[in-house]
Design a protein around this ligand. Structure first.
Ligand code: TYM
Length: 329
């Protein structure tokens, strides 16, 4: 089976953009690929964070991933900092990555704007560590949302540079683009994200989810209830397409265009669909939280297996670089 790698940051609260844009796809792909998934805590160090919350955020993220179906029977799931070879390879990749390539990254430019007081080297180097995450396992495919395409292109570029200069050790990884590649936030403008506070959290109370959805921006040309709407200009409809069946989508599209339903009716239907889909996940989260030892065991076992693969790659890389080997024989 071909290998997949993907990662998610432990930013505290997984939102429905992460879920439909990544996690739900990751689960589906476990049927056909050898999948390695990772909570990338080292990536999360690139911005300010509450130090005493990091461990909990990391564990909670792992719990949600398992609850979504990323169980040890289906894939390997581990914490990035448990496999230090990622950072070793990142250093080596630093030495073949032009600074200009990193300065051009859209996400770097955005984050540098958002965190003006803390534009650290890690923020700029973020995609190099990401390339190392993928290539240390020689993964050929990387399932992500749209915002990560540029980073995966850079991973390909880094693989090409290393292969050309030293030895052809790495595949050039391909994106598997999510079927819901860009979910906008409730403002209907920017990407749904934790940092912009425009999100619906997977574990938020139902009441809170409804309150957020109720006030979400729709087709801004539809001012009065009896104005016909255009679903293709409406972010609530886009989110519907990630959660609702074809039949319901067709019905909504027809009834919105003819003003038979108002935005609030459409939102109510979306709310029901979201809850229906995430309720079992929320129940499993509660179950898993009662047995945290199980989570530690899953993460440890996976990390051990991943370290074995990572060490083999690092040995090959060190040799390709021409470093002095102190191994006997
Ligand atoms: P992170 O935690 O920012 O995002 C995790 C995944 O969620 C997707 N995503 C979205 N998809 C659709 N709509 C949205 N609004 C939305 N918001 C987030 C992202 O595309 C991503 O797939 N840099 C990575 C983490 C990473 C990684 C890797 C990924 C580190 N190393 C190696 C792949 C391979 C990231 O964006 O995490």
């Amino acid at each position: 089976m071909k290998r997949i790698f993907s990662g998610i940051q432990p930013t505290g609260e997984i939102h429905i953009g992460n879920y439909v844009g990544a996690i739900r796809e990751w689960v589906r792909l476990t049927e056909d690929y050898d999948c390695i998934y990772c909570v990338v805590d080292f990536h999360a160090l690139t911005v300010e964070y509450p130090v005493d919350e990091m461990a909990k955020r990391t564990l909670d993220t792992a719990i949600v991933l398992i609850a979504c179906g990323l169980t040890p029977e289906k894939c390997k799931l581990f914490i990035q900092s448990a496999v230090p070879e990622h950072t070793e390879l990142a250093w080596i990749f630093n030495c073949v990555t032009p600074v200009g390539d990193l300065e051009r990254m859209t996400q770097f430019k955005e984050k540098a704007r958002q965190h003006r007081g803390n534009v650290n080297m890690g923020l700029m180097d973020y995609p190099v560590l990401q390339a190392a995450d993928i290539l240390i396992y020689k993964a050929e495919f990387v399932p992500v949302g749209e915002d990560q395409i540029q980073h995966i292109e850079l991973s390909r570029e880094i693989a090409r540079k290393f292969n050309g200069r030293f030895k052809p050790l790495f595949p050039e990884p391909q994106v598997i683009l999510s079927r819901a590649p860009r979910i906008l936030g409730l403002d209907g403008k920017s990407k749904m994200s934790k940092s912009l506070n425009n999100y619906i959290g997977l574990l938020e109370e139902e009441r809170t989810i409804w309150e957020k959805l109720r006030t979400a921006v729709t087709d801004t040309n539809r001012v009065r209830r009896y104005d016909p709407g255009n679903p293709h200009l409406c972010n609530v409809f886009t989110i519907h397409t990630a959660f609702s069946e074809k039949g319901l989508l067709e019905e909504i599209e027809r009834d919105c265009r003819s003003a038979r339903i108002g935005c609030i009716d459409c939102k109510r239907m979306l709310f029901e669909r979201i809850i229906e889909e995430i309720a079992p996940i929320r129940e499993r989260v509660e179950e898993i939280k009662k047995n945290v030892d199980y989570v530690f065991e899953v993460l440890n076992t996976s990390a051990l297996k991943c370290r074995e693969i990572a060490k083999r790659t690092i040995d090959e890389v060190r040799e390709a670089l021409g470093l002095l080997s102190l191994k006997k024989g």
